[in-house]
Design a protein around this ligand. Structure first.
Ligand code: HEC
Length: 292
């Protein structure tokens, strides 16, 4: 195996290991960063939903009930306000959504889907759990879900206990069948924010590819430079010296010396070889003269 092949094999092995290790360590790291970014977006959405809910129940509901003499308006319902607000956002960013899904909803549009039922059941099974983060593959690509439980408090039961206790206007509008019979302190549903991960994940993947490409390019450049250096500083001079030594050993007359310029180890070897060749020439001359 030639020296060049040995060097190149080592370089390729180091390069491949380096690129592989980088991909192995940085890939999951970049993916985690993308997930964190999506999680922060979901938390911001959740916080703004909480803001809308509070604002509606604390400022809008009392105002509406005052001016409308107790007449019921869904606009005063926090859940309605939060979902209406997010439907505007959803129109502009179709992949982002906010839902208040319930197992027994007042508005049938809020009935929990199969995966939402799983989330709500999870909260029901562990009442101490205040948040759930999950990911799912959808037709829009991977989506992150941030969920929080919705618990029925005394205030909620005014409208969600039995139809006779609820505002008559509400019962007229929504009927007597849905959204009643909720129990105090029961997890009746969940706030679920969904944020697409496809774009941040694709960005993480392309960043990784870019880094790998740069790393690969640096290794390739290193290989080219080391090969050039090997050729000019070691391989060519050694071949030349081997040719001179071969010719001398074969007893060829007037073999031309090879002088490697510079002050490196190979140059000093070529100088030594030339001195040895000259000594050998002298010795041969003396030997020949003696024989005559
Ligand atoms: C003034 C009556 C009223 C009160 C008080 C009330 N809600 Fe509602 N709630 C409604 C109505 C009406 C809807 C249906 C709104 C719509 O059309 O989307 C609703 C919808 C919801 C929804 C969406 C699922 C569904 O049933 O359609 C959730 C979740 C919800 N309410 C939870 C609560 C919680 C939790 C409380 C107490 C903190 C509460 N509600 C208090 C009237 C009320």
């Amino acid at each position: 195996m030639g020296i060049r092949l040995k060097f190149n094999l080592v370089l390729v092995a180091v390069g491949a290991t380096g690129v592989g290790l980088f991909a192995l360590i940085s890939g999951p790291y970049l993916r985690e960063q993308a997930r964190e970014e999506v999680l922060v977006r979901s938390r911001i959405m959740m916080a703004s939903a909480a803001g809308i809910r509070n604002y509606t129940s604390e400022e809008i509901a009392p105002l509406l009930s005052e001016t409308n003499k107790g007449k019921f308006h869904p606009q005063a319902v926090s859940s309605y306000a939060a979902m209406k607000n997010f439907s505007v956002l959803h129109a502009e960013f179709p992949n982002y959504s906010y839902r208040e899904a319930a197992l027994n909803p007042t508005n049938p549009a809020d009935r929990a889907t199969e995966s939402e039922v799983d989330i709500i059941s999870d909260f029901r099974a562990s009442p101490a759990k205040q948040e759930l983060v999950s990911e799912r593959e959808t037709h829009l690509g991977r989506v992150l879900y941030l969920s929080r439980p919705l618990v029925a408090t005394e205030n909620c039961l005014i409208c969600h206990d039995v139809p006779d206790r609820a505002p008559p206007d509400m019962v007229t509008k929504y009927g007597r069948q849905n959204g009643f019979g909720w129990k105090l302190n029961e997890v009746i549903g969940a706030q679920i924010v969904s944020v697409p991960m496809a774009v941040p994940l694709a960005n993480a993947a392309s960043s990784l590819n870019l880094f790998l490409l740069q790393l690969g390019a640096v290794f390739a450049l290193l290989m080219v430079l080391i090969n050039l250096l090997l050729r000019s500083s070691i391989i060519q001079p050694i071949l030349q010296m081997a040719r001179v030594a071969g010719d001398v050993s074969m007893g060829k007359p007037n073999v031309e010396e090879y002088v490697k310029s510079g002050s490196d180890e190979v140059a000093s070897l070529s100088a030594s070889l030339n001195r040895m060749k000259r000594s050998l020439d002298e010795a041969m001359k003396l030997l020949n003269a003696k024989q005559k």
